[in-house]
Design a protein around this ligand. Sequence first.
Ligand code: ADP
Ligand code: MG
Length: 359
Amino acid sequence: MARISLRNLRHCYRHNPAAESDWALKRFELEFPDGSANALLGPSGCGKTTLLNIISGLLKPSEGSVWFDERDVTSLAPDAREIAQVFQFPVVYDTMSVYDNLAFPLRNRGVPGDAVDRRVREIAAMLDLGDMLDRRASGLTADGKQKISLGRGLVRSDVNVIMFDEPLTVIDPQLKWRLRSKLKELHRRLGITMIYVTHDQTEALTFADRVIVMNDGIVVQAGTPVDLFERPQHTFVGHFIGSPGMNLLPATLDGGVTRFAGHAVQMAAAPGAAPVGAQLQIGVRPEFVSFAGTGIPVNIEKVADAGRFRVVETRHEQSTIRLLVGEDTPLPSERAFLRFDPSFTYLYADGWRQGGEPG
Ligand code: ADP
Ligand code: MG
C-alpha cells in the first residue's frame, strides 16, 4: 500500500504543444491517501485514462513527477511499481483455466502453492467464480471474463495501488449493481489504495470515499460525496453531479450584495470582490430551494414525479429554477415565491465558487 502523489503534473500527446487545449492533462497536484477508495469521475475525453496510465507507468508524463510514499517512481517501468490495473475490456489468458488465470499474478511472484490456493479461492468466492475454477476462460461470457480480470487485479495483497478503468462497461446492468457493492466491500477488507475510473456518478459515489471530478484535463474538485453535493467548488460539479443538477442563475454583485434579477440573495459565504469582467452565477441545488411566503416570484411550469419527490420546474423571466418537493407536500397555485437555503447557496465567477469555506 502507498500514498500516491502527483506533483506539478502535465501531459501532452503532441510534440510541440502550442495552445492550452493541446494538453490532455493541464497542470495539477493531487494526492491519494494510503488505503483510500478514490473515484476519478468525468466525461469521456477529460483525461482519466491518461492519468491512470501515468500512475501505472504505461505513460511517462511530459512534465512533473509521480510519488509512491517518499519514492519518486516517475522513471520506473510498470512492473517495477507493484500495482494492479484492471482495464475497460477483459484481459485474460483464454487457454488457461479460470483458476490458473487468477493464480497467475501470484505464481509469477513466487508465492507458495498453498497461499496461492487460499487466495484464489477467497477472491473467486467473492466474485461468484467459485464453481467455475476448472473451466477454461475461453468458454466464458464477456461478464465472466471481466470478473476474471477483476479477480486478477484483486488477488495480490502486496500491491501499492489497484486501479480500475471503467471496469464495468461490458457487464450487464444487474450484475453491475452487485459488483459495484462487492468492490466497495473488497476495499474495506483489503484496505489497499484503490482508484476507480468512471463517467457514471452513481458508480463513483457508491464506491468512493473520495471523488475526484475532472473536466477538460483539470481537477475541478476532490472531496467526499457530501462535499461535492453540498459545496460544489465549480459549476461543472454542480450540474454534473445530482439529478437534476444545480440551478445556475445569472447574478450581479455590488457592495457585497449578490442579486438575481434585482432580488438580493443571501450566500453561504461572503463573496468578497469578484474578478473584474467575470461571468457571475448563483448556484443552488434543487434540494435547497423551497416554496415560501415571500422571495423570488415564479410561475410553476412543470411537475415531474421522481418517486418520493417531485421535481418542480418554475420560471422567473428567462430563468428556469428547479426544486424538489416531497410527494405529500401540497404545491402552491400557479404563482409562487421561492426561498434559497442560504447555507447552500453560492456565488460562482467564471465557474469557480467565490468566498471562503462557508460557516
Ligand atoms: P478519458 O479516459 O477521460 O475518456 P483520455 O485520457 O483517454 O480520456 O483522453 C484525454 C485526451 O487525450 C482526449 O482528448 C484524447 O483524445 C487524448 N488522447 C488519449 N490518448 C491519446 C493518444 N494515445 N494519442 C493522442 N491523444 C490521445
Ligand atoms: Mg478512458
